[in-house]
Ligand binder design. Structure first.
Ligand code: IDP
Ligand code: MG
Length: 155
């Protein structure tokens, strides 16, 4: 199966608001497989490495303070085209503009406190999975229900 694995983390606002279950339920119900998960208190070093591409942005200090403010839930998520499927499930960056039906569109009102991160390319997914998970923390299994989630032409 031409499966991809992407990296997501449920941000401190969603964990504090008690929305982690709602978000994980959407990912599972979509037909994606959670193949790795753990709660992480993000260090300043991990935050800086994860968001390195945004180091020059005006919101960078606020972003670092936010992601290190309270624990997050890291997720490795597997499925056909999982990277773009998850980005679509998450929605636009600002919850006020994100489409209804998306996680941010349904659950958030902010550009910064926007509930969840998702890798935006295969290169980012590879970098972020390696940054957040150690060897052996991801179990790349296929759910037996995949025969009902996908038809042969999807694969
Ligand atoms: P993305 O998470 O939708 O890919 P990016 O542009 O990659 O959005 O920005 C990374 C993160 O930085 C966002 O998820 C959000 O938490 C924060 N951020 C982005 N733009 C703003 C902003 O205009 N104000 C405050 N925080 C922002
Ligand atoms: Mg991004």
């Amino acid at each position: 199966m031409p499966m991809e694995t992407t990296f997501l983390f449920i941000k401190p606002d969603a964990v504090q608001r008690g929305l982690a279950g709602n978000i994980i339920a959407r990912i599972e119900a979509k037909g994606l497989t959670i193949v790795g998960t753990k709660m992480v208190q993000v260090s300043p070093e991990l935050a800086k490495a994860h968001y390195a591409e945004h180091a020059e942005r005006s919101f960078f200090p606020t972003l670092l303070a936010f992601v290190t403010s309270s624990p997050v839930i890291a997720l490795a998520v597997r499925g056909v085209n999982a990277i773009s499927v998850c980005r679509n499930l998450i929605g636009a960056t600002n919850g006020q503009k994100a489409a209804p039906g998306t996680i941010r569109g349904d659950l958030g009102m902010s550009a910064g406190n926007n509930l969840i991160h998702g890798s935006d390319s295969p290169e980012a997914a590879a970098k972020e999975l390696a940054l957040w998970f150690k060897a052996g923390e991801i179990q790349p299994y296929d759910r037996t229900i995949n025969n009902w989630v996908y038809d042969p032409s999807d694969l």
